[in-house]
Design a protein around this ligand. Structure first.
Ligand SMILES: C[S@@+](CC[C@H](N)C(=O)[O-])C[C@H]1O[C@@H](n2cnc3c(N)ncnc32)[C@H](O)[C@@H]1O
Length: 188
């Protein structure tokens, strides 16, 4: 049985889409982009993925490092890294970015996604959950970047879309906005 380390360290449960992805993707080298203090990285690490977890927040990375040391999760590597650099140094079978891309520099989006594509192994997966701003539901939060209708699908043309939706969600304060949710598999 997997011990609930997320609760032990006061982390929220892993994102529901990461949990779903973990049911179909075999443990492999995985990248958690914008990992914060590691709710998804710890979960994937416990499933047996070799996780590289990156974030610009040094305090969050320190917390994740200390959890992995205490729990002897030597398969989690936490690093301070700015996603805007778009210069991932390794290849991965699974790249995950949940509720993070809306914080990046909009002028870097194309380059960041292209780098994610390049660094995904053939047959590997990308999971993205990102806020949208649409005519019907303009984003009520001033994120630097939001996706337009169909934009994420276009970025992943040629990949197999295992899951794709642009569903309406509700924020803690009751405000409504759409999120693009995608699990895509790169061709072999
Ligand atoms: C809303 S949190 C999401 C955290 C995590 N992915 C999850 O599902 O809980 C967004 C995270 O993105 C990180 N972030 C924002 N801009 C970033 C950037 N340019 N490079 C790396 N991380 C960034 C923030 O520090 C924060 O930890």
């Amino acid at each position: 049985m997997i011990v609930d380390l997320n609760s032990r360290y006061g982390l929220n449960p892993a994102h529901s889409e990461v949990v779903e992805a973990g049911k179909i993707i075999e443990p492999c080298n995985a990248l958690d982009m914008g990992c914060s203090n590691g709710r998804n990285a710890v979960y994937l690490g416990q499933l047996g993925f070799n996780v590289t977890a990156i974030d610009t927040n040094p305090a969050a990375i320190d917390m994740l490092k200390s959890i992995s040391i205490k729990e002897k999760l030597s398969n989690i590597k936490a690093q301070v890294y700015d996603i805007n650099n778009a210069s991932l140094g390794e290849d991965y079978g699974f790249i995950s970015s949940t509720v993070t891309l809306m914080f990046i520099d909009p002028s870097r989006v194309d380059t960041i996604i292209a780098d994610m594509h390049k660094r995904t192994l053939p047959g590997g997966y990308n999971l993205i959950v990102c806020a949208m701003s649409t005519e019907e539901y303009p984003c009520p939060v001033r994120f630097p970047f939001t996706l337009k209708v169909g934009q994420l699908r276009e970025f992943y043309e040629g990949w197999e879309l295992i899951k794709y939706n642009e569903d309406l969600g509700t924020m803690h304060n009751g405000a409504k906005l759409q999120f693009a949710t995608m699990l895509a598999r790169k061709p072999d």
